[in-house]
Ligand binder design. Structure first.
Ligand code: X8Z
Ligand code: ZN
Length: 620
C-alpha cells in the first residue's frame, strides 16, 4: 500500500473525561459593594460543536492536501527525476505543516465530552502521520526532502559489477530466485546492498527530526506513535505482537529445521551448518523474507503435484494486464464492482524502459475519491499473480470506503488493509486454477497436498519472523536503544534471533543493510504485514464458513460466493470508522486477533515436518 500519510491506523480513545470532570465552572464573581461593576463574562471556551466543526474542516482540508501530495507522489514514483522529487517533497511539506498544526489545535478540545465520531476523528488525526515534523520550517523542509530522496535512492538503485554491467533490483531478484550457484547468489546479495550505505547519514537525521516531531505531539518517540495506532496502549500492542508470534513460532521452527537440512545437503555442510544459522542468500529472495523460490530444492515428493503456476501462466500466454483482469475477476465473483475505467487508463503495470520508477508494488486512490490505480513492474509469474491480488485488495478497500470522511479512509487497522487481497489469494487454489484453465487436473492425494502446503508455507510461514523483526529494529532505533553506530549490528542480531539466518559475509557499520529493504527508506511501518499474515487466515476461515464450505480449511476457495463477498464488503465499507475489534467481529464474530486458523490450515504439513525432523537438532 502506498498511503504513507494516513497509513497508520488508530489510537485508543483515551482521556475522554466525562463532562462533570471537565473544565471547572467559572468561579462566581465575589460579591462586592452594590455599585461595583460586574466583570465581563469569561470568553466562552471551545464547545463540543466547535470540535465537530473542527473535525469536519480538517477532513475537508486534508482531502485536498493529501490528494495534491498523492498526485505529486504518483508522478515522482512513476518518473523519478530531481524535479519530480523536489515537487513531491514540496507537497509533502504542506501536509506535514498542516497536520502538526491541526494536532496542536485539537488539544483545545481535550477534556470535552465529544460525540463518538468527533472524538474518533481527533484521535485518528493524532496518529495520522508516520513521520510527524517539528514546528520548525527548516526542519520540516529537511524531513520532506530526506524522505523523498531516500525513496528515490532505493527506486534508482543499481549494482554495477567489476566489468561495468549494471543490474537493477528486478534483475538481481531474478538471480536470487533462479540461481542455485552459491557465489552468483552471493554476488547478487552483496551487490544490492551497495545501494544503501549512502542512506545511512540521511536515515539517522530522519530519525532525529521525526522523533522531535513525535515528541511535540505528545509521544515518547516515533515508535511509540506507531504503536499507538491499534486501539490499545503501545505497551499492550507490543505484548499482542509477542503473543501472536508465540502462537506461530513452533511452525517456523519446524520449517526452518527442514529447509536447513535440505540446504546443507545441496550446498554442503561447510556452507550450511546443519545445526546453525542459514546464510541469508540461499533462500530464494533478496531479503530471505519469503522462500517459495527454493521450492525445487525442498520439494517433499518429486513431481507429485502439478503446481508450477509460473510455467502454466507463460504457456497460456498470460500478459500483465491479463493477470490483473484475472485477479479483478476474483473480486467481481464475490459480487464486488468492476474496477473503474480510469484504473485501466492510469495504472502502471509494467516497468517503463525509458525512465526510472519505483518498482515496489503499490495501490493508490490518488484523489481519495475512487481514482484507483496500481503501480507495479509485473512479471508473468506466480509471485506477481499473488501480489496483484494483494494490491487489488487495497484498491477494493479504497473503493468501498471512498465516500467516508478522509480520516476514516483507512483500514480498521493497517494489518486489515494488508490482509484483504491476501485473503482472496488463499482461495487461488489449484482447484480454482484448474477451473480458470491454468493448471491441469489436480491430484487429490496426501503427497500432492504436502507438496502444495510446503510451497505455501515457504511464503506464509517463512515470512512471519521477518514481518515482526523489521519494526522491532525500528522501535529500538526510534527509542535510542540502538544508536546510529550500531544500526547494522542490531539488524543482524534480530535476523539471527527471529529468523535463524545470518549474513553470508562479515558486515560492518560501513554497511546499512536495513536500507536495502524498501520499507525502511520509504518509512512504511511493517508490523502490518505480520498482522496481515495472521488475520488473512482468520478471515479465510470465517468467509469459508459463510460460503458453506465443509471439510478441511486448506481445501476451501470462496471464489464465486456472494455471501462471503457481502461480509467482506461490509467490513471494507467501515474503513476506520470503528475500533478494529468491531470490524474483526463483523467478519469473524470475534474481537481478538488469533493465529489458530493459520495453525489449523497448515496442520497436515506440520505433522509431516515433525516426522521428517525427528532426531534432528532443530533450532539455532
Ligand atoms: O510491500 C508489500 C506490498 C505492498 S504493500 C507489495 N509487501 C511486503 C513486502 O514486499 O515486503 C507485501 C508482502 C510484504
Ligand atoms: Zn500492501
Amino acid at each position: 500500500m502506498r498511503r504513507t500519510a494516513l497509513s497508520i491506523g488508530l489510537v485508543l480513545l483515551v482521556g475522554c473525561k466525562s463532562s462533570a470532570e471537565q473544565a471547572p465552572p467559572p468561579v462566581a464573581p465575589v460579591a462586592k459593594a452594590p455599585e461595583a461593576k460586574k466583570p465581563p463574562p469569561p470568553p466562552p471556551g471551545p464547545t463540543a460543536a466547535d470540535a465537530k466543526a473542527f473535525a469536519d474542516r480538517v477532513n475537508a482540508d486534508l482531502k485536498q492536501l493529501l490528494s495534491d501530495w498523492e498526485r505529486a507522489e504518483w508522478i515522482k514514483s512513476t518518473y523519478i527525476t530531481h524535479d519530480t522529487e523536489v515537487m513531491a517533497a514540496g507537497f509533502h511539506e504542506k501536509v506535514l505543516a498542516y497536520t502538526s498544526q491541526a494536532i496542536k489545535e485539537a488539544t483545545k478540545f481535550d477534556g470535552l465530552a465529544l460525540d463518538p465520531d468527533t472524538a474518533r476523528t481527533i484521535a485518528l488525526l493524532k496518529v495520522s502521520e508516520s513521520m510527524p515534523a517539528p514546528n520548525d520550517a527548516a526542519k520540516r523542509k529537511r524531513l520532506a526532502e530526506i524522505s523523498a530522496q531516500l525513496e528515490s535512492i532505493y527506486g534508482k538503485g543499481k549494482y554495477c559489477d567489476s566489468k561495468g554491467a549494471c543490474k537493477d533490483l528486478g534483475e538481481l531478484s531474478k538471480v536470487m530466485a533462479e540461481s542455485h550457484d552459491y557465489s552468483k547468489l552471493l554476488d547478487a546479495w552483496k551487490g544490492w546492498r551497495t545501494i544503501s550505505p549512502e542512506m545511512r547519514p540521511m536515515y539517522s537525521e530522519f530519525v532525529s527530526i521525526a522523533n522531535e516531531g513525535a515528541k511535540e505531539i505528545g509521544f515518547e518517540n516515533l515508535g511509540e506513535l506507531w504503536r499507538a495506532s491499534y486501539d490499545m496502549t503501545p505497551a499492550e500492542f507490543e505484548a499482542e505482537t509477542d503473543r501472536l508470534w508465540g502462537q506461530v513460532k513452533p511452525l517456523y521452527d519446524q520449517l526452518h529445521c527442514y529447509v536447513r537440512g535440505k540446504l546443507a545437503a545441496r550446498y554442503g555442510k561447510d556452507k550450511v551448518d546443519p545445526k546453525g544459522l542459514i546464510p541469508a542468500h540461499l533462500l530464494g529472495n533478496m531479503w530471505a523474507q519469503e522462500w517459495a523460490n527454493i521450492y525445487p530444492l525442498v520439494e517433499p515428493y518429486k513431481g507429485a503435484a502439478d503446481i508450477d503456476v509460473t510455467k502454466a501462466l507463460n504457456k497460456k500466454g498470460f500478459t500483465p494486464v491479463k493477470m490483473v483482469k484475472m485477479a479483478e475477476g476474483f473480486f467481481t465473483s464475490l459480487g464486488m464492482h468492476p474496477l473503474p475505467d480510469t484504473f485501466w487508463e492510469r495504472s502502471m503495470f509494467t516497468q517503463p524502459k525509458d525512465r526510472e520508477v519505483v518498482c515496489h508494488a503499490s495501490a493508490w486512490d490518488v484523489s481519495y475519491d475512487n481514482d484507483l490505480r496500481i503501480k507495479m513492474c509485473i512479471k508473468v509469474d506466480e509471485e506477481d499473480l499473488i501480489t496483484i491480488h494483494h494490491e487489488l485488495g487495497h484498491d477494493y478497500y479504497y473503493m468501498y470506503y471512498h465516500t467516508l470522511p478522509v480520516l476514516y479512509q483507512q483500514g480498521a487497522h493497517d494489518g486489515f488493509h494488508e490482509g484483504i487481497g491476501d485473503t482472496l489469494a488463499l482461495s487461488v487454489t489449484p482447484g480454482y486454477l484448474q477451473k480458470a484453465g491454468i493448471l491441469g487436473p489436480v491430484k487429490k492425494n496426501e503427497k500432492a497436498l504436502i507438496n502444495l502446503q510446503m510451497k505455501e508455507a515457504l511464503d506464509k510461514i517463512a515470512f512471519l519472523p521477518f514481518g515482526k523483526l523489521i519494526d522491532q529494529w525500528r522501535w529500538d532505533v526510534f527509542s535510542g536503544k540502538v544508536p546510529a553506530d550500531k544500526y547494522n549490528e542490531a539488524w543482524w542480531a534480530l535476523r539471527e534471533k527471529y529468523q535463524g539466518i545470518k549474513a553470508p559475509v562479515a558486515r560492518t557499520e560501513a554497511d546499512f543493510d536495513p536500507g536495502a529493504k524498501y520499507h525502511i527508506p520509504s518509512n512504511v511501518p511493517y508490523t502490518r504485514y505480520f498482522l496481515a499474515r495472521i488475520l488473512q487466515f482468520q478471515f479465510h476461515k470465517a468467509l469459508c464458513e459463510v460460503a458453506g464450505h465443509t471439510g478441511p480449511l486448506h481445501e476451501c476457495s470462496i471464489y464465486g460466493s456472494k455471501a462471503a463477498g457481502d461480509k467482506m464488503k461490509a467490513m471494507l465499507a467501515m474503513g476506520a470508522s470503528k475500533p478494529w475489534p468491531e470490524a474483526l467481529k463483523a467478519v469473524t464474530g470475534t474481537e481478538q486477533m488469533d493465529a489458530s486458523a493459520l495453525v489449523e490450515y497448515f496442520q497436515p504439513l506440520m505433522g509431516w515436518l515433525e516426522e521428517q525432523n525427528k532426531g534432528q537438532q532443530c533450532g539455532w
